[in-house]
Design a protein around this ligand. Structure first.
Ligand code: ASP
Ligand code: MG
Length: 469
């Protein structure tokens, strides 16, 4: 049995939803899946705009956008549902959600304050709406399905905007509310991303949280696989917009996938990996528009890995733009202890996450998100040493488990990058990544040089040409 999760672009239009329904129906022969959906693409952003407009007293704007949300979902119904009675029933359900959203907007306008808790309430409507239409369309097309409000199952703490599940409670709820339905042969259609506190207050797991919902539910159900259906051909050797020869990677380990996600690859939410790793459930990243392509299998299962062994070095190249280098230089560092502690204490105080680090005896260079650099942060760092900043840089990282045991990798990396100005170099402590920092303008040149070095001539079976190319 599988959890099948469809992202926003896979349910964003009637055409996409129909494609997703066909994919679910196609798997019905081999088992009864749990279907987890995102909101239609763009809707969560719109809900946040509604919340913010209401909070700032711009109620006209908020209500106009609520109207857009309504229109979008009514159009979905128009494109997907044929029966008149069912259309009317769905229009009524959509209107019920919409009037709830309007009431919420007006309430927030009156109170004049938008809290994280009420923001989560706004955000929950995207998934509630997408799943409502999807489940109805499934049933109309003869695929017996039941819509489930996941807030009965995904019981979380009350960290609104970034809630985490209380696993024992959730597992019991899964056993009581989902398992019996699946066992009776009925597909369950439910929401990713949202949950509820024990007291019944709506929460969200954070942006992009539907992947995490799918992984958690798969783990609690002890499923055979978790399928993340999206609009790209799985995990690629690099961003295909940067290098046309990018290939999709058939198989990779959890640590490679997690590392890639942290280093900027867009496909997976890093936290998605954890619940699946714990239970060793294979995760497939698949393309809704090319359902017959193999996509990427992420697994640590030695049996699966040995079936597709890879003796190349690099699996993928990840890019993270919008970074800044912070150089801190101080002679006090020399032969002293406690300096690093002091330095990182500053970042800690400002809640700024440090990405890449490289040090010498008298200076430390680190990269942070450019948007997290502030005057007060620089001021505080200046108390420790001389601070220099370089904006608009990007980290480019090569990732692969085989890097750990291989000689000559650094030589190949630097030889291929001989024409690119490297601002900083770092080998990840996991030893499965090597990263360089370059000017944002040099990203394309750096990535294509690395791709050419490590992937041209790779005839190995673990890479696949994207189906669309
Ligand atoms: N709809 C939510 C978001 O856009 C969750 C998700 O799509 O994973 O962040
Ligand atoms: Mg998503």
């Amino acid at each position: 049995m599988a959890v099948m999760k469809f992202g926003g672009t896979s349910v964003g239009t009637a055409k996409a939803m129909q494609q997703a329904i066909a994919i679910v129906a196609g798997q019905r022969r081999t088992g009864v899946p749990l279907v987890v959906l995102s909101a239609c693409s763009g809707i969560t952003n719109k809900l946040i705009q509604i919340a913010e407009a209401a909070g700032a007293g711009r109620i006209e704007e908020a209500l106009a956008r609520v109207g857009e949300v309504r229109k979008h979902h009514l159009e979905l119904v128009d494109g997907l549902i044929t029966g008149e009675a069912l259309r009317a029933e769905l229009a009524e359900k959509i209107d019920a959600y919409v009037s709830h959203l309007e009431m919420l907007s007006k309430g927030i306008e009156i109170v004049g304050e938008l809290t994280e808790r009420s923001k989560d309430m706004f955000c929950s409507f995207g998934e509630l709406l997408s799943t409502t239409v999807f489940a109805a369309a499934m049933n109309e097309q003869g695929h017996r399905s039941q819509w489930l409000d996941i807030r009965q199952v995904m019981i979380t703490d009350d960290r609104y905007g970034f809630a985490r599940p209380i696993e024992e409670i959730c597992e019991a709820k899964v056993a009581g509310l989902i398992r019996p339905v699946l066992d009776s042969g009925v597909i369950v259609v439910t929401q990713g991303y949202i949950g509820s506190t024990e007291a019944g207050k709506t929460t969200t797991l954070g942006r992009g949280g539907s992947d995490l919902s799918a992984a958690l539910l798969g783990a609690w159900l002890h499923d055979d696989s978790i399928q993340i259906w999206t609009d790209v051909d799985g995990v690629m050797t690099c961003d295909p917009r940067l290098v046309a020869e990018a290939r999709s990677i058939r198989i990779m380990t959890f640590s490679e996938a997690a590392e890639l996600a942290y280093l900027g690859a867009k496909v997976l939410h890093p936290d998605t990996i954890a619940p699946a790793v714990r239970k060793n459930i294979p995760v497939y990243v698949l393309n809704t528009w090319h359902p017959d392509s193999k996509g990427t299998l992420i697994t640590d299962d030695p049996a699966l890995l040995s079936g597709m062994s890879y003796d190349g070095l690099v699996k993928s190249i990840a890019v993270k733009k919008g970074q800044a280098i912070v150089n801190v230089r101080s002679n006090r560092m020399f032969g002293r202890h406690g300096f690093m502690n002091e330095l990182f204490g500053v970042f800690e105080r400002f809640g700024v996450s440090v990405e890449m680090i490289s040090t010498s005896e008298v200076s430390v260079s680190l990269t942070v998100d450019d948007s997290s650099v502030s005057e007060p942060l620089i001021h505080a760092l200046s108390a420790i040493g001389d601070v220099e900043l370089e904006h608009h840089v990007a980290t480019v990282s090569v990732v692969g488990d085989n890097l750990r045991m291989s000689k000559g990798v650094a030589g190949r990396i630097f030889a291929s990058l001989r024409n690119v100005n490297l601002r900083m170099i770092s080998q990840g402590a996991s030893e499965i990544n090597v990263g360089v920092v370059v000017d944002e303008h040099d990203v394309a040149a750096a990535v294509s040089a690395l791709h050419c070095e490590f992937f041209s001539g790779e005839q190995c079976g673990i890479f696949e040409k994207p189906a669309g190319s």
